[in-house]
Write a protein that binds this ligand. Sequence first.
Ligand code: ADP
Ligand code: MG
Length: 391
Amino acid sequence: MMNKKTVRDIEVRGKRVLLRVDFNVPLEGGTITDDTRIRAALPTIRYLLDREARVIIASHLGRPKGKPEPAFSLRPVAERLSQLLGQAVPLAPDSIGPEVKAMVERLKPGEALMLENLRFHAEEEKNDPSYAKELASLADVFVNDAFGAAHRAHASTEGVAHYLPAVAGFLMERELLFLGKALMQPDRPFVAILGGAKISDKIGVITNLLGKVDKLLIGGGMANTFLKAKGLHVGDSLVEDGSLEDARRVMQEGGAKLRLPVDAVVADAFSANAAARVVKVEAIPEGWRVLDIGPETVEIFRQELRGAKTVFWNGPMGVFEFPRFAEGTIAIARAVAELEATTIVGGGDSVAAVEQAGVADRITHISTGGGASLEFLEGRVLPGVAALADK
Ligand code: ADP
Ligand code: MG
Protein backbone atom coordinates (compact mmCIF):
# COMPACT_ATOMS: atom_id res chain seq x y z
CA MET A 1 0.00 0.00 0.00
CA MET A 2 2.58 2.48 1.16
CA ASN A 3 5.22 1.87 -1.50
CA LYS A 4 7.31 4.94 -0.82
CA LYS A 5 10.38 5.03 1.39
CA THR A 6 10.11 6.97 4.62
CA VAL A 7 12.59 8.47 7.08
CA ARG A 8 12.63 5.07 8.78
CA ASP A 9 14.13 3.48 5.66
CA ILE A 10 17.27 5.60 5.48
CA GLU A 11 20.23 6.48 7.67
CA VAL A 12 19.90 10.07 8.88
CA ARG A 13 22.50 10.12 11.65
CA GLY A 14 24.88 13.04 11.18
CA LYS A 15 23.37 13.74 7.76
CA ARG A 16 22.25 17.12 6.50
CA VAL A 17 18.52 16.66 5.92
CA LEU A 18 16.49 19.06 3.80
CA LEU A 19 12.99 18.78 5.29
CA ARG A 20 10.11 20.26 3.28
CA VAL A 21 7.15 21.05 5.51
CA ASP A 22 3.89 22.92 5.03
CA PHE A 23 4.16 25.78 7.51
CA ASN A 24 1.78 27.96 5.52
CA VAL A 25 0.00 29.06 8.71
CA PRO A 26 -2.59 31.83 9.06
CA LEU A 27 -1.05 35.09 10.27
CA GLU A 28 -2.70 38.24 11.59
CA GLY A 29 -0.40 41.21 11.93
CA GLY A 30 2.63 38.96 12.25
CA THR A 31 1.01 36.68 14.86
CA ILE A 32 0.23 33.04 14.16
CA THR A 33 -3.48 32.43 14.76
CA ASP A 34 -3.36 28.63 14.32
CA ASP A 35 -0.16 26.59 14.69
CA THR A 36 -1.70 23.20 13.83
CA ARG A 37 0.54 22.81 10.79
CA ILE A 38 3.68 23.44 12.83
CA ARG A 39 2.65 20.94 15.51
CA ALA A 40 1.78 18.39 12.84
CA ALA A 41 5.39 18.30 11.63
CA LEU A 42 6.93 17.90 15.11
CA PRO A 43 7.09 14.07 15.05
CA THR A 44 9.26 14.10 11.92
CA ILE A 45 11.43 16.97 13.18
CA ARG A 46 11.93 15.32 16.59
CA TYR A 47 12.70 11.98 14.98
CA LEU A 48 15.45 13.58 12.90
CA LEU A 49 16.90 15.64 15.75
CA ASP A 50 16.86 12.65 18.12
CA ARG A 51 18.96 10.80 15.56
CA GLU A 52 21.50 13.58 15.40
CA ALA A 53 20.59 14.74 11.93
CA ARG A 54 21.33 18.36 10.94
CA VAL A 55 17.91 19.56 9.89
CA ILE A 56 17.30 22.27 7.29
CA ILE A 57 13.60 23.12 7.34
CA ALA A 58 11.99 24.60 4.22
CA SER A 59 8.47 25.92 3.64
CA HIS A 60 6.47 28.43 1.70
CA LEU A 61 4.20 30.99 3.38
CA GLY A 62 1.43 32.89 1.63
CA ARG A 63 1.78 34.27 -1.86
CA PRO A 64 4.74 36.65 -2.10
CA LYS A 65 5.34 37.63 -5.70
CA GLY A 66 8.63 35.79 -6.24
CA LYS A 67 10.65 38.33 -4.28
CA PRO A 68 11.35 39.03 -0.60
CA GLU A 69 8.35 40.59 1.19
CA PRO A 70 8.75 41.09 4.95
CA ALA A 71 5.04 40.37 5.58
CA PHE A 72 5.63 36.81 4.38
CA SER A 73 8.81 36.15 6.36
CA LEU A 74 8.91 32.83 8.18
CA ARG A 75 10.34 34.57 11.26
CA PRO A 76 7.23 34.13 13.45
CA VAL A 77 7.10 30.48 12.37
CA ALA A 78 10.76 29.87 13.28
CA GLU A 79 10.07 31.48 16.66
CA ARG A 80 7.00 29.34 17.34
CA LEU A 81 8.83 26.21 16.25
CA SER A 82 11.70 27.07 18.60
CA GLN A 83 9.21 27.33 21.49
CA LEU A 84 7.47 24.07 20.60
CA LEU A 85 10.76 22.17 20.25
CA GLY A 86 12.39 23.79 23.26
CA GLN A 87 15.42 24.39 21.10
CA ALA A 88 16.51 27.38 19.04
CA VAL A 89 15.71 27.20 15.32
CA PRO A 90 17.47 30.16 13.71
CA LEU A 91 16.04 31.63 10.52
CA ALA A 92 18.38 31.90 7.54
CA PRO A 93 18.24 35.18 5.57
CA ASP A 94 17.29 33.34 2.36
CA SER A 95 16.73 29.80 1.06
CA ILE A 96 19.88 29.61 -1.09
CA GLY A 97 23.20 31.42 -1.43
CA PRO A 98 26.59 31.62 0.32
CA GLU A 99 25.26 32.99 3.64
CA VAL A 100 22.77 30.15 3.92
CA LYS A 101 25.44 27.62 3.00
CA ALA A 102 27.72 28.97 5.73
CA MET A 103 24.91 28.66 8.32
CA VAL A 104 24.28 25.07 7.24
CA GLU A 105 28.01 24.30 7.52
CA ARG A 106 27.95 25.48 11.13
CA LEU A 107 24.96 23.28 12.06
CA LYS A 108 25.87 20.56 14.56
CA PRO A 109 24.26 17.14 14.72
CA GLY A 110 20.89 17.48 16.48
CA GLU A 111 20.47 21.14 15.46
CA ALA A 112 17.96 22.68 13.08
CA LEU A 113 17.63 25.86 11.11
CA MET A 114 14.87 27.24 8.97
CA LEU A 115 15.24 28.60 5.47
CA GLU A 116 13.44 31.83 4.61
CA ASN A 117 10.21 31.58 2.57
CA LEU A 118 10.89 29.53 -0.57
CA ARG A 119 8.51 31.67 -2.58
CA PHE A 120 10.80 34.69 -2.22
CA HIS A 121 12.26 33.14 -5.38
CA ALA A 122 10.00 32.91 -8.44
CA GLU A 123 12.08 29.84 -9.40
CA GLU A 124 10.40 27.84 -6.61
CA GLU A 125 6.97 27.70 -8.24
CA LYS A 126 8.53 27.42 -11.71
CA ASN A 127 10.37 24.30 -10.57
CA ASP A 128 13.53 25.85 -11.94
CA PRO A 129 16.26 23.16 -12.04
CA SER A 130 19.13 25.44 -11.03
CA TYR A 131 17.21 26.70 -7.98
CA ALA A 132 16.30 23.11 -7.10
CA LYS A 133 19.95 22.16 -7.45
CA GLU A 134 21.00 25.02 -5.16
CA LEU A 135 18.51 23.88 -2.52
CA ALA A 136 19.67 20.29 -2.89
CA SER A 137 23.30 21.34 -2.50
CA LEU A 138 22.56 22.27 1.13
CA ALA A 139 21.82 18.67 2.11
CA ASP A 140 22.60 14.96 1.81
CA VAL A 141 18.99 13.72 1.83
CA PHE A 142 15.54 15.15 1.21
CA VAL A 143 12.54 14.40 3.42
CA ASN A 144 9.15 15.61 2.24
CA ASP A 145 6.50 16.04 4.94
CA ALA A 146 4.43 18.60 3.02
CA PHE A 147 1.59 16.47 1.69
CA GLY A 148 -0.51 19.62 1.31
CA ALA A 149 1.96 20.91 -1.32
CA ALA A 150 2.55 17.57 -3.06
CA HIS A 151 0.09 18.27 -5.89
CA ARG A 152 2.36 21.06 -7.09
CA ALA A 153 5.55 20.30 -9.00
CA HIS A 154 7.67 23.00 -7.41
CA ALA A 155 11.44 23.09 -6.89
CA SER A 156 11.13 22.17 -3.20
CA THR A 157 8.51 19.43 -3.70
CA GLU A 158 9.60 17.79 -6.94
CA GLY A 159 12.75 19.42 -8.33
CA VAL A 160 15.08 18.66 -5.39
CA ALA A 161 14.18 14.97 -5.56
CA HIS A 162 16.16 14.77 -8.81
CA TYR A 163 19.36 15.64 -6.95
CA LEU A 164 18.96 13.94 -3.55
CA PRO A 165 17.68 10.65 -2.15
CA ALA A 166 14.05 11.53 -1.37
CA VAL A 167 11.76 9.96 1.26
CA ALA A 168 8.49 10.70 3.04
CA GLY A 169 8.12 12.15 6.53
CA PHE A 170 5.52 10.81 8.98
CA LEU A 171 2.73 13.22 8.02
CA MET A 172 3.13 12.43 4.34
CA GLU A 173 3.24 8.73 5.19
CA ARG A 174 0.03 8.94 7.20
CA GLU A 175 -1.89 10.73 4.44
CA LEU A 176 -0.72 8.22 1.83
CA LEU A 177 -1.56 5.29 4.09
CA PHE A 178 -5.12 6.33 4.85
CA LEU A 179 -6.08 7.89 1.52
CA GLY A 180 -4.22 5.18 -0.41
CA LYS A 181 -5.90 2.35 1.45
CA ALA A 182 -9.34 3.93 1.01
CA LEU A 183 -8.79 4.07 -2.74
CA MET A 184 -7.02 0.76 -3.27
CA GLN A 185 -8.18 -1.70 -0.60
CA PRO A 186 -10.95 -0.21 1.49
CA ASP A 187 -12.55 -2.33 4.18
CA ARG A 188 -16.14 -2.65 3.00
CA PRO A 189 -18.77 -1.39 2.98
CA PHE A 190 -17.07 1.83 1.87
CA VAL A 191 -19.34 4.87 2.07
CA ALA A 192 -18.40 8.33 0.82
CA ILE A 193 -20.23 11.49 1.80
CA LEU A 194 -19.71 14.47 -0.46
CA GLY A 195 -21.07 17.96 -0.02
CA GLY A 196 -19.85 21.53 -0.04
CA ALA A 197 -20.70 24.35 -2.29
CA LYS A 198 -19.94 23.27 -5.80
CA ILE A 199 -20.11 20.16 -7.92
CA SER A 200 -17.58 21.65 -10.36
CA ASP A 201 -14.87 21.69 -7.63
CA LYS A 202 -15.43 18.03 -6.89
CA ILE A 203 -16.53 16.34 -10.10
CA GLY A 204 -13.18 14.55 -10.45
CA VAL A 205 -13.49 13.16 -6.92
CA ILE A 206 -17.12 12.17 -7.41
CA THR A 207 -16.30 10.33 -10.61
CA ASN A 208 -13.30 8.47 -9.22
CA LEU A 209 -14.98 7.56 -5.92
CA LEU A 210 -18.10 6.37 -7.68
CA GLY A 211 -16.14 3.44 -9.08
CA LYS A 212 -14.73 2.52 -5.66
CA VAL A 213 -17.46 3.03 -3.07
CA ASP A 214 -20.48 0.96 -2.12
CA LYS A 215 -22.56 4.07 -1.38
CA LEU A 216 -22.18 7.72 -2.26
CA LEU A 217 -24.23 10.17 -0.19
CA ILE A 218 -24.54 13.64 -1.66
CA GLY A 219 -25.57 16.72 0.30
CA GLY A 220 -24.62 20.39 0.54
CA GLY A 221 -24.98 22.94 -2.22
CA MET A 222 -23.79 20.47 -4.85
CA ALA A 223 -26.89 18.31 -4.30
CA ASN A 224 -29.03 21.11 -5.76
CA THR A 225 -27.53 20.65 -9.19
CA PHE A 226 -28.43 16.94 -9.02
CA LEU A 227 -31.98 17.79 -7.96
CA LYS A 228 -32.34 20.25 -10.81
CA ALA A 229 -30.91 17.67 -13.24
CA LYS A 230 -33.70 15.35 -12.07
CA GLY A 231 -36.19 18.01 -13.13
CA LEU A 232 -37.02 19.38 -9.68
CA HIS A 233 -37.46 23.09 -8.96
CA VAL A 234 -34.82 24.34 -6.57
CA GLY A 235 -35.97 27.95 -6.23
CA ASP A 236 -33.12 30.37 -5.54
CA SER A 237 -30.73 27.60 -4.41
CA LEU A 238 -27.10 27.61 -5.46
CA VAL A 239 -27.05 25.68 -8.74
CA GLU A 240 -24.39 25.22 -11.39
CA ASP A 241 -26.16 25.04 -14.71
CA GLY A 242 -22.86 24.23 -16.41
CA SER A 243 -22.67 20.98 -14.42
CA LEU A 244 -26.16 19.59 -15.10
CA GLU A 245 -24.74 17.21 -17.70
CA ASP A 246 -22.09 15.96 -15.23
CA ALA A 247 -24.81 15.43 -12.64
CA ARG A 248 -26.90 13.37 -15.09
CA ARG A 249 -23.90 11.22 -15.98
CA VAL A 250 -23.06 10.62 -12.29
CA MET A 251 -26.68 9.64 -11.57
CA GLN A 252 -26.68 7.26 -14.52
CA GLU A 253 -23.35 5.65 -13.58
CA GLY A 254 -24.07 5.69 -9.86
CA GLY A 255 -27.50 4.12 -10.04
CA ALA A 256 -28.49 2.65 -6.68
CA LYS A 257 -25.15 3.56 -5.11
CA LEU A 258 -26.11 7.20 -5.12
CA ARG A 259 -28.27 8.79 -2.42
CA LEU A 260 -29.55 12.34 -2.77
CA PRO A 261 -31.44 14.45 -0.21
CA VAL A 262 -35.17 13.81 0.02
CA ASP A 263 -35.86 16.87 2.16
CA ALA A 264 -34.16 20.16 2.87
CA VAL A 265 -34.06 23.12 5.19
CA VAL A 266 -34.91 26.09 3.00
CA ALA A 267 -34.46 29.77 3.80
CA ASP A 268 -36.10 32.93 2.50
CA ALA A 269 -32.68 34.65 2.28
CA PHE A 270 -29.00 33.72 2.37
CA SER A 271 -28.49 34.92 5.91
CA ALA A 272 -27.96 33.63 9.45
CA ASN A 273 -31.32 35.02 10.55
CA ALA A 274 -33.37 33.97 7.54
CA ALA A 275 -36.72 32.29 8.09
CA ALA A 276 -36.25 28.52 7.82
CA ARG A 277 -38.62 25.68 6.85
CA VAL A 278 -38.26 21.96 6.26
CA VAL A 279 -39.71 20.86 2.92
CA LYS A 280 -39.56 17.83 0.63
CA VAL A 281 -37.17 18.38 -2.27
CA GLU A 282 -40.19 18.21 -4.59
CA ALA A 283 -41.69 21.22 -2.82
CA ILE A 284 -38.98 23.87 -2.64
CA PRO A 285 -40.89 27.16 -2.69
CA GLU A 286 -40.20 29.77 -5.35
CA GLY A 287 -37.85 32.47 -4.01
CA TRP A 288 -36.44 30.19 -1.25
CA ARG A 289 -33.08 28.40 -1.22
CA VAL A 290 -31.77 25.12 0.20
CA LEU A 291 -29.28 25.78 3.00
CA ASP A 292 -29.19 22.36 4.72
CA ILE A 293 -30.29 18.76 4.35
CA GLY A 294 -33.52 17.93 6.17
CA PRO A 295 -34.13 15.51 9.08
CA GLU A 296 -35.45 12.70 6.88
CA THR A 297 -32.28 12.87 4.77
CA VAL A 298 -30.16 12.81 7.93
CA GLU A 299 -31.98 9.63 8.96
CA ILE A 300 -31.47 7.98 5.56
CA PHE A 301 -27.77 8.90 5.51
CA ARG A 302 -27.42 7.55 9.06
CA GLN A 303 -28.94 4.25 7.94
CA GLU A 304 -26.59 4.07 4.97
CA LEU A 305 -23.62 4.67 7.27
CA ARG A 306 -24.66 1.92 9.67
CA GLY A 307 -22.22 -1.00 9.33
CA ALA A 308 -19.80 0.92 7.11
CA LYS A 309 -16.17 -0.11 7.58
CA THR A 310 -14.60 2.79 5.66
CA VAL A 311 -16.05 6.29 5.44
CA PHE A 312 -14.66 9.25 3.54
CA TRP A 313 -16.31 12.61 4.03
CA ASN A 314 -15.64 15.86 2.20
CA GLY A 315 -17.90 18.87 2.08
CA PRO A 316 -20.45 20.14 4.64
CA MET A 317 -24.12 19.19 4.21
CA GLY A 318 -25.25 22.79 4.44
CA VAL A 319 -24.24 26.35 5.23
CA PHE A 320 -22.92 25.25 8.62
CA GLU A 321 -21.43 28.72 9.23
CA PHE A 322 -25.03 29.77 10.09
CA PRO A 323 -26.07 27.85 13.26
CA ARG A 324 -29.67 27.56 12.04
CA PHE A 325 -28.42 25.65 8.99
CA ALA A 326 -25.68 23.59 10.68
CA GLU A 327 -27.86 20.80 12.07
CA GLY A 328 -27.54 18.44 9.12
CA THR A 329 -23.75 18.78 9.02
CA ILE A 330 -23.45 18.31 12.79
CA ALA A 331 -25.73 15.27 12.79
CA ILE A 332 -23.65 13.65 10.04
CA ALA A 333 -20.42 14.49 11.90
CA ARG A 334 -21.77 12.74 15.00
CA ALA A 335 -22.99 9.75 12.99
CA VAL A 336 -19.55 9.35 11.37
CA ALA A 337 -17.77 9.72 14.72
CA GLU A 338 -19.88 6.96 16.29
CA LEU A 339 -18.98 4.32 13.70
CA GLU A 340 -16.67 1.36 14.30
CA ALA A 341 -14.91 2.12 11.04
CA THR A 342 -11.92 3.80 9.49
CA THR A 343 -13.24 7.34 9.11
CA ILE A 344 -11.47 9.97 7.05
CA VAL A 345 -12.48 13.62 6.83
CA GLY A 346 -10.80 15.99 4.39
CA GLY A 347 -11.28 19.58 3.30
CA GLY A 348 -10.83 22.85 5.18
CA ASP A 349 -14.51 23.51 5.85
CA SER A 350 -15.29 19.84 6.58
CA VAL A 351 -12.54 19.68 9.18
CA ALA A 352 -13.84 22.93 10.70
CA ALA A 353 -17.30 21.32 10.81
CA VAL A 354 -16.17 18.19 12.69
CA GLU A 355 -14.31 20.45 15.10
CA GLN A 356 -17.44 22.58 15.55
CA ALA A 357 -19.38 19.37 16.24
CA GLY A 358 -16.78 18.46 18.89
CA VAL A 359 -15.99 15.05 17.38
CA ALA A 360 -12.63 15.61 15.66
CA ASP A 361 -10.84 13.34 18.13
CA ARG A 362 -13.16 10.46 17.19
CA ILE A 363 -12.28 10.62 13.48
CA THR A 364 -9.59 8.11 12.48
CA HIS A 365 -7.80 10.43 10.09
CA ILE A 366 -8.24 14.15 9.54
CA SER A 367 -6.66 14.86 6.20
CA THR A 368 -5.05 18.29 6.18
CA GLY A 369 -3.95 18.04 2.57
CA GLY A 370 -6.70 20.28 1.14
CA GLY A 371 -6.27 20.45 -2.63
CA ALA A 372 -3.66 17.69 -2.54
CA SER A 373 -6.08 15.29 -0.80
CA LEU A 374 -8.75 15.98 -3.40
CA GLU A 375 -6.37 15.49 -6.33
CA PHE A 376 -5.16 12.24 -4.78
CA LEU A 377 -8.78 11.08 -4.46
CA GLU A 378 -9.37 12.00 -8.09
CA GLY A 379 -6.83 9.27 -8.79
CA ARG A 380 -4.20 11.70 -10.00
CA VAL A 381 -0.49 11.18 -9.48
CA LEU A 382 0.87 13.87 -7.16
CA PRO A 383 4.27 15.06 -8.44
CA GLY A 384 5.63 15.49 -4.92
CA VAL A 385 4.73 11.89 -4.12
CA ALA A 386 5.85 10.41 -7.42
CA ALA A 387 9.29 12.01 -6.86
CA LEU A 388 9.89 10.02 -3.64
CA ALA A 389 11.96 6.83 -3.75
CA ASP A 390 10.03 3.57 -4.04
CA LYS A 391 10.43 0.94 -1.36
P1 ADP B 1 -14.30 21.75 1.98
O1 ADP B 1 -13.56 23.02 2.36
O2 ADP B 1 -14.52 20.86 3.17
O3 ADP B 1 -13.68 21.04 0.81
P2 ADP B 1 -16.18 23.19 0.34
O4 ADP B 1 -15.25 24.37 0.37
O5 ADP B 1 -16.33 22.45 -0.92
O6 ADP B 1 -15.78 22.17 1.53
O7 ADP B 1 -17.63 23.64 0.77
C1 ADP B 1 -17.89 24.34 1.95
C2 ADP B 1 -18.86 25.46 1.72
O8 ADP B 1 -20.04 24.99 1.12
C3 ADP B 1 -19.26 26.10 3.01
O9 ADP B 1 -18.83 27.44 3.01
C4 ADP B 1 -20.78 25.99 3.01
O10 ADP B 1 -21.42 27.15 3.49
C5 ADP B 1 -21.09 25.78 1.56
N1 ADP B 1 -22.39 25.14 1.38
C6 ADP B 1 -22.79 23.94 1.84
N2 ADP B 1 -24.07 23.71 1.54
C7 ADP B 1 -24.51 24.79 0.86
C8 ADP B 1 -25.76 25.16 0.27
N3 ADP B 1 -26.81 24.36 0.35
N4 ADP B 1 -25.83 26.35 -0.36
C9 ADP B 1 -24.77 27.17 -0.42
N5 ADP B 1 -23.56 26.88 0.11
C10 ADP B 1 -23.44 25.70 0.74
MG1 MG C 1 -13.56 24.92 1.44
